[in-house]
Design a protein around this ligand. Structure first.
Ligand code: COA
Length: 170
């Protein structure tokens, strides 16, 4: 099954009522998210807002991203996930392209995403790092432990530039 069979996902801004479905998506990905973070994802979505990918055929939310603004010119993708049964079919790419376009239009220059570093040796996140790396994100640091993360989970810090930040030379 590809995106074409189910329709290209439609991306829209999140509303607080999306939090329950986002929590459900996260609960369906136990290799990636522990039960403790499920409520945090929902509360962060309500607090910060985000973007939702909807499968047109069913009108079902199948992916989401929660983004915190870091004024004046940065933002962090706090959480992002695609429904377990629909991963690897391009939903995440469509969602990410749209949210980066929207952030750029808002004046955001740099976007950060944190994930599990390869030195953890934990296989599921290899695809996640390929996802970020394939879409313009560069790893700028590794921090172990990241504040708030369980010890033994080295954090990989990724950044994508939406535009150049150096002042132009005269
Ligand atoms: C990471 C995630 C959001 C990506 O969404 P997705 O819909 O699965 O990704 P896409 O199908 O759009 O894939 C886009 C690219 O990522 C890469 N990719 C994604 N899944 C992959 C997999 N299982 N194996 C290899 N590459 C993969 C591919 O290179 C693909 O590139 P292509 O379009 O050139 O083929 C999703 O897989 C997910 O929810 N993962 C689990 C939770 C997670 O890791 N969240 C991020 C926390 S930092």
């Amino acid at each position: 099954v590809t995106c074409d069979d189910l329709g290209v996902p439609v991306v829209r801004r999140a509303v607080p009522e999306d939090a329950a479905r986002c929590a459900e998506i996260v609960r369906g990905l136990p290799d990636f998210f522990s039960e403790e973070v499920v409520e945090k994802v929902a509360s962060d979505l309500r607090a910060h807002g985000g973007w939702i990918a909807v499968e047109p055929a069913a009108g079902l939310a199948v992916g989401f991203a929660v983004v915190a603004r870091r004024p004046p010119g940065s933002a962090e993708i706090l959480w992002m996930a695609v429904d377990a049964e629909r991963r690897g079919r391009g939903v995440g790419a469509v969602l990410l392209d749209r949210l980066l376009d929207d952030l750029a239009a808002e004046g955001v220059d740099l976007v950060e995403a944190k994930t599990l570093d390869r030195s953890a040796g934990y296989a599921p996140y290899a695809a996640t790092r390929r996802f970020w790396e394939g879409r313009g994100f560069l790893q700028v640091d590794t921090i172990d432990p990241l504040p708030g993360w369980q010890p033994g989970n080295p954090g990989a810090i990724y950044v994508a530039a939406l535009r150049a930040t150096r002042p132009s030379r005269r």
